[in-house]
Design a protein around this ligand. Structure first.
Ligand SMILES: Nc1ncnc2c1ncn2[C@@H]1O[C@H](COP(=O)(O)OP(=O)(O)O)[C@@H](O)[C@H]1O
Ligand SMILES: [Mg+2]
Length: 247
């Protein structure tokens, strides 16, 4: 990457309960499009995201637009424009779609961008009064991603947004992410390689709490042996068959 990355993580370390979970993660997120964060289960992807956001104690360097943020608390990072769609989606089942969005409005971040959210996800407008708990997994994911677009964010981090979804819904969520990434750069934690292939320009692979590989996504995905060695088989589709169906 020649231009300055939007997010530049160097030697990120996380120690929880006396156990080293991350021992030297490095990654860059480009200022546009999707960067994928890959790795087997337990490799440290979620902990990396939580470290970037200051949700776990961390050391190393995390620069956002060139500015060091590793000592900042989570609320300051959120104010600086990092939007987060967590692994469990964090959608309030007992609230309506509109209420879920309203709760995400950040004070002092300008007018909430409902026009953008509703343009990208018309379904959220149609279903504004529906209880979020009665939405499908894909629709809940739209709420989770829509919330991150409501405020003026510089970066969106989405942790396994397609996890546990049926293949058709995976395709829907991939479309949603593709459109979201036109507005704001995305760091996407993803196990579904068909989704990575469709969306990501760059990828970073973690193994055992460290960065094991970084480079162009098509290079890694085009190298079956490297993909198998770095990502393993049998925990996600290595043969693309879902998100590519309509691309
Ligand atoms: N709060 C925690 N306390 C202790 N161990 C943790 C904690 N969070 C994660 N781990 C461990 O750290 C490793 C990485 O976890 P995680 O970041 O969730 O991996 P991934 O998201 O890549 O599946 C796993 O071995 C997990 O059990
Ligand atoms: Mg995880």
């Amino acid at each position: 990457m020649t231009e300055q990355p939007l997010l530049d993580v160097t030697d990120l370390r996380v120690l929880i309960g006396g156990r080293h979970i991350l021992h030297g993660v490095g990654l860059d997120v480009a200022g546009h499009g999707v960067t994928a964060l890959l790795g087997r289960n337990g490799a440290g992807k979620t902990t990396t995201v939580r470290g970037i956001l200051g949700l776990v104690p961390r050391s190393g360097s995390v620069r956002l637009d060139g500015e060091e943020t590793v000592a900042l608390p989570t609320h300051a990072l959120v104010r600086r424009g990092i939007g987060y769609a967590p692994e469990d989606r964090g959608v309030f089942a007992g609230l309506t779609v509109a209420e879920n969005l309203r709760l995400a409005e950040r004070r002092g971040a300008g007018e909430p961008a409902y026009a953008l959210v509703h343009e990208l996800f018309p379904e959220l407008k149609q279903r504004a009064r529906q209880l979020a708990g009665t939405l499908s997994g894909g629709q809940q994911q739209m709420v989770a991603i829509g919330r991150t677009l409501l405020n003026t964010n510089r970066l969106i981090i989405a942790d396994e947004p397609t996890k546990g979804l049926a293949p058709k819904v995976v395709t829907e969520v991939a479309q949603v992410l593709e459109r979201a990434a036109e507005a704001v750069p995305v760091l996407l934690v993803e196990q579904n390689l068909a989704v990575v292939r469709r969306l990501a320009a760059h990828c970073v692979v973690l193994a055992d709490g460290r960065t094991a590989h970084r480079g162009p996504a098509d290079e890694l995905l085009g190298d079956a042996e490297a993909a198998r060695r770095l990502l393993g088989v049998g925990h996600g589709p290595l043969t693309p068959h879902t998100a590519e169906a309509d691309s």
